[in-house]
Design a protein around this ligand. Structure first.
Ligand code: 8YV
Length: 330
């Protein structure tokens, strides 16, 4: 009997995914979800043919040089800023991500985070739980309107489009967006959105949602200069990657009243969150859970597993990562 290839699974996964992979590969896993250092990741990758990884598992030139047997990386995430694509190409290692399967639940969460932030839902809950609610008051916890307001979307990929459809058709919002390349007219019509320059987007948005890929060019795409162009009444929501926002500049803008509120699901140093953000009341903070429904996470894990199986059986990647140059930067 020929030896089955080895696959490392970097995180605790669902039993059905583990079982499916176990039918094809020799598995090395991480059932206790221990956080590995880069050296520990390299140690566990020794001799492995494939890896099922996710954001946070940095696979770069040094990892690839130390793990010459590695042939394929299945990333359980649509984002892939944890992977050095040039180094993967140089080492002849294939890579896949998990697009589409998480689009709708992530878009649901985008709206939820926007609503929670603009309507001060978590702040209201903290107020109530602290026993501070003594009576109904006409001016208590007043939030910003969501319906009929202007929603700006920075990064109009699949998730941005799904958010635009919900916002335009469900909340009668006026949707504007900015991408390096505008969408084609049919797609624009379907999500009732209009392309504007980045400067216009910052100026006009009542709520600005960030759903762009994190690339070197998008590092701190929202910094002090961009925050200064936004309306003081505006809400900023980041669903993408922490590094897209200069968090210190954001904390300062939120503290000084230059910006009304922010909803963040992602952080530059996650899982560490800056004390400057934790100290603010006008920010809703969630622990990178935009795609976290059982159905979606299971679909993501199964797609990652199927990429490994298809590559093993047919030499084919089902959802290959397109080159970084091809992504729509802003
Ligand atoms: C989670 C995401 O990171 O897909 C992405 O890029 O950011 C999220 O869906 C994913 O669940 C992996 O942890």
């Amino acid at each position: 009997m020929t030896q089955r290839p080895g696959v490392l699974i970097t995180r605790r996964l669902f039993p059905e995914v583990q079982q499916r992979l176990g039918e094809h590969f020799e598995l090395r896993d991480n059932p206790d979800d221990v956080v590995w250092s880069p050296a520990e990741l390299i140690e566990r990758l020794q001799g492995q043919w494939g890896v099922l990884a996710t954001q946070g598992d940095r696979i770069d030139a040094s990892v690839l040089a130390a793990c010459p047997d590695l042939r394929v990386v299945a990333n359980m995430a649509v984002g892939y800023n944890n992977l050095d694509l040039d180094a993967l190409e140089r080492h002849g290692v294939q890579a896949s991500n998990t697009p589409d399967v998480l689009t709708e639940s992530t878009a649901d969460f985008g709206l939820a985070l926007l609503l929670a932030t603009a309507r001060r839902i978590t702040e209201g809950e903290r107020y109530l739980r602290a026993g501070r609610w003594k009576q109904w008051a006409a001016d208590m916890l007043l939030g910003a309107e969501v319906h009929h307001s202007t929603l700006g979307i920075l990064g109009m990929g699949r998730i941005g489009q799904a958010i635009a459809r919900r916002a335009a058709h469900g909340f009668a919002m006026q949707v504007i967006y900015h991408n390096r390349n505008p969408l084609d007219a049919t797609t624009e019509r379907a999500c009732a959105a209009r392309w504007v320059s980045k400067a216009e987007l910052l100026r006009q948005s009542d709520h600005l949602l960030l759903v762009l890929p994190y690339t070197p060019a998008n590092h701190h795409a929202i910094g002090a200069a961009e925050l200064a162009q936004m309306k003081p009444s505006a809400t900023l929501v980041n669903l993408a990657r922490g590094g897209i926002v200069d968090e210190l500049a954001l904390a300062q803008a939120l503290q000084s009243g230059q910006l009304a509120a922010a909803g963040l699901d992602v952080y530059e140093g996650e899982p560490q969150v800056r004390p400057e953000l934790l100290a603010l009341i006008n920010v809703v903070l969630t622990p990178h859970i935009a795609s976290a429904t059982r159905g979606t996470r299971l679909a993501m894990a199964l797609l990652a597993a199927d990429n490994l199986i298809a590559f093993h059986e047919k030499g084919e990647i089902l959802t290959p990562i397109k080159s970084i140059q091809a992504c729509n930067q802003v």
